[in-house]
Each structure stands twice: as structure tokens, then as C-alpha cells.
Write a new protein. Structure first.
Length: 159
């Protein structure tokens, strides 16, 4: 809850608009759904469905890329999300921005839960490689499930 409050404080205290007045005028003129327009205006988190909506309405890629870069996301993008984006014709640059935002979210989660763990573990690198492959659709049905066993390794210390 504390994290959410600090995020809200950052959103409100940020003050500076993420998008220019001209960009928002163009977004509205394109007929983008009010829910998505509201996210763009109020530093809301864009979901894959919003990215597809912006693409369908012909909004410049710079708009979602800037939003993802400035605001980030609060979820881990899944392979299915990238598949949908690709199927809808969303450009790789936008998918890349989503992947970066999603990776930052994961890293922030790791930092808050494992502040003592300064270095990447091999599993993090595997996960990132996995996501990078998923984003480009080269990955099949193989998953690295069950490897994220942070902090429970027995190094032979008997209590």
C-alpha cells in the first residue's frame, strides 16, 4: 500500500504532462476510447489492449512509447501479449518499449523484495533471455517454471 501511495504521489507531484497538448488533441481527434485517453492524460499504465487501440486509431508510435518510458507498467507482459500486439500490427519499437517497462517493473520488484541481492542471479538472466525470445515469437512451449527459488538455498548450514 505504501508503494502505491508513493506512486500516486509521484504521479500527482510530477505535474509535468507526459504528452504535449498537440499530441493529446491528435489522440482525441483520432477517436481513441476515453479510457485510454484518460490514461495518457493522467499517467495511467497502458495495457496491451490500449497499445492495440492506439495503433488501430492511427496514433503515432511516439505516444505509447513515451508513455511506457515515462510511466512504466505495473505488470509483467506475457508472451500472449506480444503475440496479440504483433497480430494487430503494433510496431516492434512499441513492443520493445513494453518489454523494457515490464523488465523495469520486475527489477523494481526484485529490489524491493531482495534489497540485499545486488547482483543479477543466473535465473534473472534466464528470465530476461526468455522474455526477449518470447517477444519476438521464437520461443515455443518451453518455460522456466519453478526456478525462481530466491533465498531458500541450503548451503550446508545446519541449524
Amino acid at each position: 500500500m505504501k508503494m502505491l501511495l508513493s506512486l500516486l504521489a509521484v504521479a500527482f507531484l510530477g505535474g509535468c504532462a507526459t504528452h504535449s497538448h498537440q499530441a493529446m488533441t491528435a489522440v482525441r481527434a483520432a477517436g481513441v476510447a476515453p479510457r485510454t485517453v484518460s490514461k495518457l492524460e493522467h499517467r495511467g499504465v497502458l495495457e496491451p489492449s490500449d497499445l492495440i487501440e492506439l495503433k488501430r486509431r492511427g496514433v503515432a508510435d511516439a505516444v505509447p512509447i513515451r508513455q511506457l518510458d515515462k510511466v512504466g507498467v505495473d505488470y509483467v507482459a506475457q508472451r500472449e501479449d506480444f503475440r496479440k500486439l504483433r497480430a494487430a500490427g503494433v510496431r516492434p519499437e512499441v513492443s520493445d518499449a513494453l518489454m523494457d517497462a515490464s523488465r523495469e517493473f520486475v527489477e523494481d520488484q526484485d529490489r524491493s523484495h531482495h534489497s540485499w541481492q545486488v547482483n543479477f542471479s543466473p535465473w534473472d538472466l534466464l528470465w530476461l533471455a526468455d522474455v526477449a525470445l518470447l517477444a519476438w515469437g521464437y520461443h515455443d512451449l518451453y518455460h522456466h517454471h519453478g526456478y525462481h527459488d530466491y533465498g531458500h538455498h541450503d548451503h550446508g548450514h545446519h541449524h
